[in-house]
Design a protein around this ligand. Structure first.
Ligand code: TA6
Length: 272
């Protein structure tokens, strides 16, 4: 698969041109992202793991989803081309945009770019511009799969500010947990809040606790997902036991962004 490798003194990031899909981010040799051993890497389907780009809609949010059934939009399963490549002694960056904008469901007048910058952190920016002359809207997400050693030894912080989350499993809204945010079953939650910093604590309480800090911007929601045992067993591109090895923390716009002509929106996730 055609890929680009960004590198600095102590970090490396691999981006597949298929889907502009980041499949690896290593800092001091420590892999921060999960990539399924069964990920399909021949360009015939979205890659399971890394950072799928969900645009111009998140999940099932397109109004005609029942007709087309395409989850997570039009760009994660197509080839992107490099439009810029800038390197200095402190950062390495690449910008890409999708080749095929001809789909009938592509929003009028909107363009999409992904800018990836590796420095002392990894910054991923999904840039939407309205180059048309009518109002247009979209939803989307940076659907990041973070690597963990054991999902049952993970807890999340940064979700404490009082807000509601939508449980996508039953369609109901709940207050966000006030006790430790841990995982013990299938979890699929859209936190309706622009929380700006979250942390994944792996091997929580153990002597090898690891923290992954994530900053979010341009979002209206954070999505937290783990398929757990049964759903993982029904995913052909995920080994049955691999659900234990990741948690998705997704910087998202799920409430809809309306762009006036000449407006620009940036959805940004920073991984430290
Ligand atoms: O972000 C959570 C979610 O919408 C889940 O409902 C689940 O469908 C997941 O994304 C993965 O979706 P995918 O189409 O990549 O299998």
């Amino acid at each position: 698969m055609d890929s680009i490798v960004l590198s600095t003194m102590d970090a490396k990031c691999t981006v597949q041109r298929h889907g502009a899909h980041i499949t690896s981010y290593q800092r001091n040799g420590d892999e921060r992202l999960f990539l399924s051993q069964k990920a399909v890497m021949d360009g015939t389907k979205p890659i399971r793991g890394g950072i799928p780009i969900c645009w111009p809609w998140f999940g099932q949010l397109h109004p005609d989803i029942a007709k087309h059934g395409i989850a997570h939009g039009l760009v994660r399963n197509q080839l992107w081309r490099v439009t810029a490549r800038v390197t200095s002694d402190t950062f390495d960056s690449v910008t890409l945009q999708p080749y095929d904008t001809s789909h009938s469901l592509w929003p009028n007048g909107l363009t999409c770019q992904l800018k990836i910058t590796l420095s002392d952190h990894l910054a991923v920016e999904l840039i939407t511009q309205n180059v048309g002359n009518t109002v247009s809207e979209f939803t989307g997400a940076l659907h990041t799969y973070f690597a963990v050693d054991d999902i049952t030894k993970v807890h999340l912080t940064g979700f404490g500010a009082p807000h509601q989350y939508l449980n996508q499993l039953d369609g109901q809204h709940y207050p966000t947990p006030t006790d430790a945010y841990i995982f013990y079953c299938e979890t699929d939650r859209v936190h309706m809040s622009a929380l700006s910093e979250t942390t994944i604590h792996s091997n929580f309480g153990g002597n090898s606790e690891k923290q992954t800090q994530i900053a979010h911007a341009g979002h209206d929601s954070l999505v937290v997902w783990n398929p757990w045992i049964d759903k993982a067993a029904n995913m052909s591109d995920l080994d049955n036991a691999e659900y234990q090895k990741f948690v998705c923390i997704e910087t998202a716009v799920t409430q809809g962004v309306t762009l006036q002509p000449n407006d620009t929106h940036i959805l940004k996730q920073m991984i430290y």
